[in-house]
Design a protein around this ligand. Structure first.
Ligand code: UT7
Length: 331
């Protein structure tokens, strides 16, 4: 019998209604649709409505993921939100999502690893399940980056958008659900791989915070340097994840990278020797939604029939910190 592990039993996402196109931005900034598309692949982004908070986006995504799983919120005993745009300094956004879902039991907390937040949150939930402490977990990536952008800085404000995505995980074996399998291959999270290196703080950060400036601050980035680190880290952590499972890159059905820039995805795909059609790209429609980008992309690819039960899916991300990581799963 396999040891306890986490199976993916539901997926959902939510995007705010308002769409901001490159043409809209070109009316308020010295930029153009041509520049943004050529340098990033981004065509549009969704922007949260006034008063719409990260916890609202997260709660909608979680409701959809739980409905997809056919699991009531009362069954959830762990809820983790990966976000770097929390509703408030405290309490954790996750507790507000918990209240919005009507959950009165279990634990809820945030994980802060910027654009790697979803992978870090997924790894945390996976560990709780493997330790036998959690049976049903909701893992959410949710962001309202529109609130921390300097809308006069064309080098950053054109890159980001708002949104949320969620997965529901359930323990298999060890008193949990019977393990789902495709043939003799076990389904669920196979392994997770997390890294960080605080020496690179200054290439991607927010120039505000409760303990430093007592302001919320704005995102600041050295784009070229982050680009270079992004490609190198996403390549190395993909290799690490497949090697840890005695697999090869050609075994992967899908790679779902953090969606920052189509040129980063193309470059990672080339260096890994993967055909472009095996990389899921949603950056054109969603822009960079930080911790929300992977679960948003998963929900698109699952919804359009690309990701199917039994597929081997690599999720990987890099973000401020720097942080980077991967999760390998059989869907
Ligand atoms: O999620 C966290 C991870 N974040 C990332 O992965 C972002 C990584 N970095 C990038 O995606 C790219 O570096 C950017 C898209 C941010 C920038 O692309 P780049 O090819 O590195 O351009 P650049 O910053 O070197 O700028 C080239 C030129 C500059 O003009 P000059 O100095 O050559 O005259 C910029 O001022 O493009 C100019 N520029 C723009 N022009 C029109 C910068 N932003 C814009 C803009 N519209 N929005």
């Amino acid at each position: 019998m396999h040891p306890i592990h986490a199976q993916i039993v539901g997926c959902g996402s939510y995007l705010p209604d308002r769409i901001l196109t490159n043409a809209d931005l070109a009316r308020q900034l010295d930029t153009s649709d041509d520049w943004i598309v050529a340098r990033t692949g981004i065509q549009q982004r969704h922007i949260a409505a006034e008063g719409e908070r990260t916890s609202d986006l997260a709660a909608h995504a979680a409701e959809r993921a739980l409905a997809d799983a056919g699991i009531p919120p009362s069954d959830v005993d762990l809820l983790i939100v990966g976000t770097s745009t929390p509703d408030d300094t405290f309490p954790a956004t996750a507790t507000q999502v918990q209240a919005k879902l009507g959950m009165t039991r279990g634990a809820a907390f945030d994980v802060q690893a910027v654009c790697s937040g979803f992978v870090f949150a997924l790894a945390t939930a996976d560990s709780f399940i493997r330790a036998g402490q959690t049976r049903t977990a909701v893992v959410i990536g949710a962001e309202t980056y529109s609130r921390i952008l300097d809308w006069t800085d064309r080098g950053t404000c054109v890159l980001f958008g708002d949104g949320a995505g969620a997965l529901v995980l359930r323990a298999a074996n060890g008193g949990g659900e019977p393990a789902l399998a495709v043939g003799n291959r076990q389904r669920g999270i196979l392994s997770t791989h997390l890294h960080s290196d605080g020496r690179f703080r200054d290439i991607l950060y927010v120039d505000g915070g409760p303990s430093s400036t007592q302001t919320v601050g704005h995102l600041r980035m050295s784009g070229k340097e982050v680009f270079r680190h992004a490609v190198a880290s996403l390549v190395s952590v993909a290799e690490e994840a497949v090697a840890a499972n005695q697999l090869t890159l050609s075994d992967l059905d899908w790679v779902v990278p953090h969606q920052a820039n189509i040129r980063i995805l193309d470059s990672v795909g080339r260096k890994l020797g993967l055909p472009a059609e095996r990389l899921i790209a949603t950056v054109d429609r969603h822009a960079n939604t930080s911790a929300a980008s992977i679960p948003l992309a998963l929900d698109v690819a699952r919804g359009d029939g690309r990701i199917k039960p039994g597929d081997l899916v690599l999720m990987e991300a890099i973000g401020g910190g720097l942080t980077w990581g991967a999760a390998l799963a059989r869907w």
